[in-house]
Design a binder for this molecule. Structure first.
Ligand code: TXA
Ligand code: MG
Length: 350
């Protein structure tokens, strides 16, 4: 199959792609978080194609994407007041809510669960496509299962070339990490996956907001996808969190210790400040693969650049990755959740 990238799509282009989606084809779609691999969310065979193209475990449910709050009515049994408040405040946006599904939603979309995940993306092209499609679009991140999520059409192409007919290219995703997934109850929400809509933001609307225990313990996660290996670059990765000075010293110690194989290139994901400290200490970065995300502690910039840099390190065939983390607050919780998976837990708090 030939994969066509549609750049800066016109409305006419989007109509063609919307038709393909309605007819059961797969289309990679832009959203503000990451690119999604879209299929008609009411069509079981179309969704089967998603699992095949991604190599995704079949018990991992999909998020149904909709263009508006109104479009969820046929898909759910009831809309608790809390859910209504959340949608009013945070949609369109990076918040996915799970609600009891109606009979219209196939179990293929929910991995057999009674709840369906719903999200209205904050992306003009993405939403226009959803409107034109006229059906909910099931869309996991458009990467091969286990690999970093794509935030550009080029990254989608690398994983999906030959597997899907269309990629709609609307430039890089703004946010860079996947949506916050919450389970909504009458007067409480549980965060199943952290994202750019933070706990603090949710608390402005709902009094009781907790994290799913599985995010900090070995408990079984309520979001089945959270149990799988995820977001992993090809090379092993280690993350340090601390002041620029402490981090630079720890990195120097580490790269010069016997713990690391000394051949080949290292991928560095750093802030300006840590790069500067390493320079001051006389550690040369010029022969390495270096990605500067922004200023020290800037979780938003790190989120934005996270997957892009991992994919660039894969391209550069680095043999090791050293990354800078951020404190566990605000969007930092989401970034560090992805780091935890990408490093296989190898995070050092200094
Ligand atoms: O930002 C995003 O959410 C992106 C873009 C494309 O919208 N999509 C995305 O989908 O990240 P995916 O499939 O890679 O991740 C969906 C997560 C998984 O962890 C899955 O287990 C969880 O949401 N999920 C989906 N339906 C669920 C349900 N009914 N109950 C609990 N968790 C659910
Ligand atoms: Mg994913």
């Amino acid at each position: 199959m030939e994969t066509k990238i549609i750049r800066n799509p016109s409305d006419a282009d989007l109509s063609i792609v919307a038709e393909a989606l309605r007819n059961g084809e797969l289309v990679a779609i832009p959203t503000e978080t990451v690119y999604g691999l879209g299929a008609n969310g009411l069509d079981v065979e179309a969704m089967d194609k998603i699992y095949a193209a991604k190599g995704r475990p079949s018990d991992n449910p999909l998020i149904l994407h909709v263009p508006s709050i109104e479009s969820i009515w046929p898909l759910v049994k009831a809309v608790p007041e809390t859910a209504m408040k959340l949608m009013t405040v945070f949609w369109p946006g990076s918040l996915t809510i799970t609600l009891e599904k109606s009979d219209l939603v196939p179990y293929r979309a929910t991995g057999g669960l009674e709840r369906v995940a719903l999200r209205c993306p904050d992306h003009e092209v993405g939403r226009r496509l959803l409107e034109l499609a006229g059906v909910p679009i099931a869309a996991p991140s458009a990467n091969i299962s286990g690999r970093p999520s794509p935030t550009t059409a080029e990254a989608v192409f690398r994983d999906m070339n030959g597997r899907i007919p269309y990629i709609v290219d609307a430039g890089p995703s703004n946010v860079g990490v996947e949506s916050t997934v919450v389970e909504v109850h009458d007067d409480a929400v549980i965060i199943l996956r952290p994202g750019s809509i933070t706990k603090e933001m949710l608390e402005t609307v709902v009094s009781t907001v907790t994290y799913d225990k599985a995010l900090s313990t070995d408990a079984k996660p309520k979001a089945p996808g959270m149990k799988y290996k995820h977001y992993a670059p090809d090379a092993p990765m280690k993350t340090f969190v601390g002041s620029p000075k402490d981090m630079a010293l720890a990195i120097m110690d580490y790269v010069r210790s016997g713990d690391m194989d000394q051949g080949g290139k290292i991928g560095f994901l750093l802030s300006y400040e840590v790069q500067e400290e390493l320079g001051r200490l006389g550690y040369p970065l010029d022969k390495q693969s270096v990605h500067i995300f922004g200023h020290h502690g800037d979780g938003l910039s790190l989120a934005h650049d996270f997957y892009r840099s991992l994919i660039a390190f894969n391209e550069d065939k680095v043999h090791y990755i050293i990354a800078e983390g951020v404190p566990l607050e605000g969007i930092g919780v989401a970034v560090m959740n992805r780091m935890e998976k990408a490093t296989n837990g190898d995070i050092v708090y200094l």
